[in-house]
Design a protein around this ligand. Sequence first.
Ligand code: FAD
Length: 555
Amino acid sequence: MFMFKRLIESGRADIHIDIFEKKNELGTGMPYSSDGANDEHITNVSGNEIPQLVTSIAEWIETTSPGKLNRFHITPDSYNDYKVLPRLVFGQYLSAQFDLLRKMADQAGIAYNVYYNSEVVDIIDHPDRKQTTVVIESGEHFNYDRVVICTGHRWPKTHEGTVSGYYDSPYPPAKLSFMVNHPVAVRGASLTAIDAIRTLTRANGQFITDADGKLTYELSPESAGFKVVMHSRNGLLPAIRFHLQDSHLSGNDTLTREEMTSYREAHDGFLSLDYIFEKNFKDAFRDKDPEFYARIKDMNMEEFVNSMMEMREDIEPFHLFRAEYIEAEKSIKRRQSVYWKEMLAILSFSMNYPAKYLPAEDMQRLQKTLMPLISIVIAFVPQSSCEQLLALHNAGVLDIVAVGDDSHVEPGEAGGAVYHYTDADGREYQTHFETYIDCVGQPHLSYQQLPYQSLVDNYTVSPARLRFQNAEVGEREKNDDNEHIQTDSTGNYYLKVPGIGINDNFQVLDNYGAYNPRIYMMAVPYIGGFNPDYSGLDFCEASSKAIIKVIFEND
Ligand SMILES: Cc1cc2nc3c(=O)[nH]c(=O)nc-3n(C[C@H](O)[C@H](O)[C@H](O)COP(=O)(O)OP(=O)(O)OC[C@H]3O[C@@H](n4cnc5c(N)ncnc54)[C@H](O)[C@@H]3O)c2cc1C
């Protein structure tokens, strides 16, 4: 939708756009349709935080038929732009925005077709003809000058469907609306886990608000043995939505492309994680929060992450969750940000561009150290989800277990799964659960998992990889049997990261690192290596902006 909007705004009436959508509707995508949501699921951003489309959510609510909103108890009076929305309602809004964009295209005289129920099953590039062919499930072929892949989320199945009680993801969530009378294991403790918990707890009991407004949870008698056990690497719960000073996390004071380019020119083509951490994070506190700056100014990234993690690990997870809930409530009431968390979100988003220029050594530090903290702090759990989790924990229906780095899950012989992990005291566990749901979020898919075989077979795309600044480090890791290390004929060592290689304009790269001027990749599961924080509508907006800049080049 963001790409379509940019194409319309280009004012180029000499183009023709074809949209292929495997479903029979546009705009709702996966997260905001029944593929990714039931009534109980909500967005994690509010109206004021979403990038501009055509009309605002408030305007849409004013004009849409009340019948569509009654079920969700939403009226123009009850809505304000600081509220999160049921995801299915947000999907209706997005779909209505797509309709408005189509009208804008008609008015601008831009020709377009929408092919519904048309899954793209292959993409074949023809460099000789300077064209790319799109093949859909019916076998029809279509030729184009430019192809932008915006296929969004994908959740491959491993054991789901063959092992009973084993779920590779909680989506579509309708499949989890069942009654159970035993503990359910959930892998993960963040937003995806909360989606699963919201559905399971709705099916197995009810939330009750008492006269003082306190939320409690009561299990159905038939589900007396039901509870959810979340498993996470550090046993931590995610942080809670607070008031954002910069509601679009635009990071206006972060490094510019020019600054990063000149840094790279002086450093053998590399950016440095320490440089980005100093400039895009620490420096922001000098004026805005001098007290916090004084605390962190001498810390490197590892020291900062350790201090933040230790602070969190020292407190029982649900106590910390409650304390953060109170802090977030104050932040929202006073419209005052929790600045260090906001800056961490900005740092995370700002890593998307430079990640592909980091040396492999820094990417390993990023993956090992900073990303685990970021993934906890920037999840931004909505208040109502937080209230539900606390009520569930109080009712003895929700627990969290820290499982360490070496944990793994195997399908159970008689169904479900066995969770293998070692606790903080070194005790080993092998716990069988009749029901297991993998909730770690969108998996980073590999180059081989790209569903357009001709792109792989013809070497149009290549696996994403980063060069080691110090070849000896790469060599050492290769000798230690690190399967992610590659070499080339010139003695360079590389770290393979998930997905395919793309350049700054999201054009796919071949094995020689040459970009393809026709094919653009915006689908998040395939670019996770070079875009570690690829979540959300803000990313859709930013990536479509980069693409539109070059799409008409050399026309
Ligand atoms: C459960 C969940 C909740 C989320 N909640 C939020 C949130 O609250 N706020 C936020 O900012 N972000 C959220 N996100 C992040 C999400 O990435 C973006 O908000 C946004 O949906 C991404 O849009 P997209 O078009 O890339 O992908 P999608 O929304 O997944 O849309 C992809 C579209 O492509 C179609 N398609 C897929 N494959 C093919 C094919 N081969 N051929 C033809 N059509 C195809 C699909 O049917 C779908 O319509 C959430 C993500 C998930 C998974």
